[in-house]
Design a protein around this ligand. Sequence first.
Ligand code: PGA
Length: 250
Amino acid sequence: MRKKIVAGNWKMNTTLPNGLSLASEILKNTDLPKDVVLIIAPPFTHLSDVSKLIKGSNIKLAAQNCAQFDQGAYTGEIAASILKSVGTEYVILGHSERRAYFAETDAVINTKIKLTLANQLKPIVCCGEVLEEREKNIHFDIVAKQLKGMFDGITPNQFSDIIIAYEPVWAIGTGKTASPAQAQEMHAFIRINIEKAYGTELAHNIPILYGGSCKPSNAKELFVNADVDGGLIGGASLVAKDFIDIAKSF
Ligand code: PGA
C-alpha cells in the first residue's frame, strides 16, 4: 500500500507566534487514520520551534525550499544540512512559485534534490503546467520534460525517498481546481513515466500528491482516484480545521 499524505505549504505566511499556534491547533487532532502522513511546511524561521512542538506526534516537518549549494558563502540561503540539523524531514522543491519568481530551472531543482537526499531529507518534488500550456494541449509534454530534468542522475535507490506533487499552476491559489478526471489523468501519466525510468515497483510505491486549490469540499473527489495519493495544500493549510478535514478525506 502506498502512503497517503497531506502536506501543508504555509508559504510566506504566519509570524512565529501565529505559526506555533497553528501547529498546536493541528496537533490537537490526534484522531487521524493511522495510515495518513501529515506534513507541515512552515517558514524557515519557525522550523526549530515547530520541530520541538511536534516531537513525538504523528506530524512531520518540511521546509519549503533549500539552497542549491552545500554550505559556505551564500548570504541569505539555507542549506539542506542546516534544515536537517533543526529536525526537518522533508523539503518541498521545484514549487511553481520558486520557478516563476526565483527563476528556478529543472537543473537547479535537480541539484537541490541531490543535496536534499545527501542530507537524508525527503524531497517533495513539484511539477505542473501553466494555463497556456494546458490550452495548447502540451501539458503532458511539459510535465514529462520537468520530470526528466529534475530526476536526471537520480538512482533507483535514491528514488524511494521521493514524493511527487502535481500542481497545475492555473489551479494554485486561484480557487480553480483540476477536475478529478484531469488530476487522475496526469497522475497516471506521471506514474507511467516513473515506471519507464525506474520500474514497476518504484512507480507503484511513489506517492503522487495533487496541489492547487484543494480544500475540504473537493479533497474527497480528488483523493478517491487510483493515482492520487493525497494533497499539497496551500491556502487551506493555514486553517487547522480545514487542513485536518482534508486529511480525513481519504
Ligand atoms: P493552494 O496552493 O492550495 O493555495 O492553491 C497549493 C500550493 O501552492 O502548494
